[in-house]
Design a protein around this ligand. Structure first.
Ligand code: B12
Length: 451
């Protein structure tokens, strides 16, 4: 999106995607030797993998990349990406990069380039953060512009064969903004509180364009797909009318505003998989997390799912405020008795704490967190002091032993996952891969692997 916006503004743009590179530093060095760049923007999507069991800190990986860039180029450096919206100052200080985009990249980046080209001061531009002589400053993003729905021409910028052969989907966003107030979440910080909706007709046109380019697996990457409900429904109706052949999915759905009408519309619109982020099936935890729904809505959602054929991935987050042994048992009991064998469940344990969230305040009040806010860049996790993390891990493993369709953090960081995706592609499996969890785990166990 950002590269295409810069190209549209008249700049010559090269995009270096390090996703499938075994030796990113060598590839980067070769690119820098080949071309002299005026500006180099880095997309920093993830700070870490938010996995308490096997944490990985990606900002650490950024440092040698930046060292290489600085060795071979004197280009101006600009950081951007979802993680910059969460902790811009900390990331800029950790990397010593003086400029970052903290607004919609496709709007702010071309404006920033214009300033740089003209050698004009850029520090006051809306949506830009600066770190000059150790002084940090961040400007509010430009006043809410409508969300452009025309997605980029991915084939122009990326090796789409490599993505498709890993069973990746093509991401499409239908809105920005989040009205939920979950205590741990950063979505409102990244996207804002107010909804900025894309026109459903325009989203459908984008999808039709992707289909004609040969990309038929589309994933809606909205923070919560079914909120606002009417927008999701209107989009489904436009999709139904278009009679497109794409396979759609969204694994970011809430049990709030989740009913038969919506699910029927999603089935008719071409959805092949959904994810329900319920986090827990116990009231004290749902209240502690401020999810905006209670266990009765989680149970009601399970009944809706059972009345439809759409495969569903259930997403749980254990260890939040209010969690006790009792609530963990309630959630696992719900999962064991309500999740159909053809569906799947993912349990993550421990919650990544971010500065400025209500969870940070809760953790400090409970004495679980003592580090200052500016030291929360390297991953830190919250687990309710009323229950031991190891006990939860053991309970989830026990449940996974009898339910082959259940996964935990180890499944996501499983080193053979890319290989399994590629094998799945060869076997002509279609995304989402989680639909095959019970078969994959059985095969891996039969050859003696811990899965
Ligand atoms: C959808 C989503 C997913 C989907 C992705 C599906 C898909 N097919 O793409 C799934 C569920 C698979 C997923 C997985 C993960 N996710 Co996720 N995901 C999101 C979510 C909700 C939206 C991301 C998105 O696509 N946005 C739409 C695009 C257009 O926006 P964008 O990437 O932010 O880019 C804009 C700007 O940032 C900027 N920009 C971007 N790059 C650049 C570069 C430059 C130079 C400039 C100037 C600007 C710029 O401009 C862009 C256009 O406006 C975000 C939260 C959020 N609300 O943003 C979390 C989020 C990005 N994910 C996160 C994480 C941690 C993960 C996982 C590591 C979780 C895990 N353990 O598996 C994995 C990593 C996957 C990977 N390969 O990177 C975290 C990252 C924070 C952190 N702690 O690191 C986030 C912020 C959520 C959170 N708070 O925890 N994710």
């Amino acid at each position: 999106m950002v590269a295409e916006a810069a190209a549209r503004a008249g700049h010559t743009v090269t995009l270096l995607d390090l996703m499938f590179t075994r030796d990113p530093l060598r590839i980067l060095e070769a690119a820098l030797r080949r071309t002299k760049f005026d500006v180099i923007g880095l997309s920093v999507r993830n700070i870490d993998n938010i996995d308490m069991g096997a944490p990985r800190y990606f900002i650490g990986d950024l440092i040698p990349l930046l060292d290489t860039i600085r060795r071979y180029s004197d280009a101006s450096l600009i950081l951007g990406g979802a993680s910059l919206m969460i902790m811009p100052e900390e990331i800029m200080r950790a990397t010593d990069v003086p400029c970052a985009v903290v607004g919609d990249g496709e709007v702010v980046f071309p404006r920033l380039l214009e300033k740089l080209v003209r050698n004009e001061p850029w520090q006051t531009l809306p949506g830009v953060a600066s770190l000059v002589f150790g002084k940090y400053r961040a400007n509010d993003p430009p006043a809410g512009h409508a969300r452009p729905c025309a997605g980029p021409d991915y084939g122009r910028w990326l090796n789409m064969n490599a993505y498709c052969s890993h069973l990746s989907t093509v991401p499409v966003q239908t809105k920005l903004g989040c009205r939920f107030q979950c205590v741990y979440c950063t979505y409102r910080k990244i996207e804002g509180v107010d909804y900025r909706l894309s026109d459903p007709g325009c989203v459908v046109e984008t999808i039709l364009r992707y289909i004609s380019s040969g990309y038929g697996d589309i994933e809606f990457v909205d923070n919560v797909f079914n909120s606002p409900y009417d927008h999701a429904l209107a989009l489904c109706e436009s999709l139904i009318r278009s009679k497109h052949p794409a396979r759609l999915q969204s694994i970011e759905m809430s049990p709030v505003s989740f009913d038969d009408r919506l699910l029927s519309a999603m089935e008719r619109a071409g959805f092949v998989g959904i994810g329900l982020t319920v986090e827990s099936a116990a009231d004290p935890v749902l209240q502690g997390l401020r999810k905006g729904f209670l266990a009765r809505e989680v149970h009601a959602a399970a009944e809706v799912v059972k009345r439809h054929r759409l495969p569903c991935l259930w997403i749980f987050l254990l260890g939040g405020p209010g969690e006790t042994r009792d609530t963990v048992r309630q959630t696992l009991h719900f999962a064991e008795t309500n999740i159909r064998p053809q569906d799947a469940a993912f349990f993550s344990i421990g919650i990544r704490m971010y500065p400025g969230t209500e969870l940070e305040t809760i953790a400090r009040t409970q004495g679980v967190l003592s580090l200052p806010s500016h030291s929360m860049l390297a991953p830190l996790f919250y687990v309710s002091p009323a229950v031991e993390a190891d006990w939860i891990i053991g309970q989830v493993k026990q449940s996974m032993n009898s339910h082959m369709n259940f996964m935990n953090g180890d499944s996501m960081s499983f080193s053979h996952l890319p290989l399994i995706s590629r094998l799945g592609y060869r076997l002509r499996l279609k995304p989402p891969l989680w639909r095959y969890t019970r078969y994959i785990r059985r095969v891996l166990r039969s050859i003696g692997m811990q899965a």
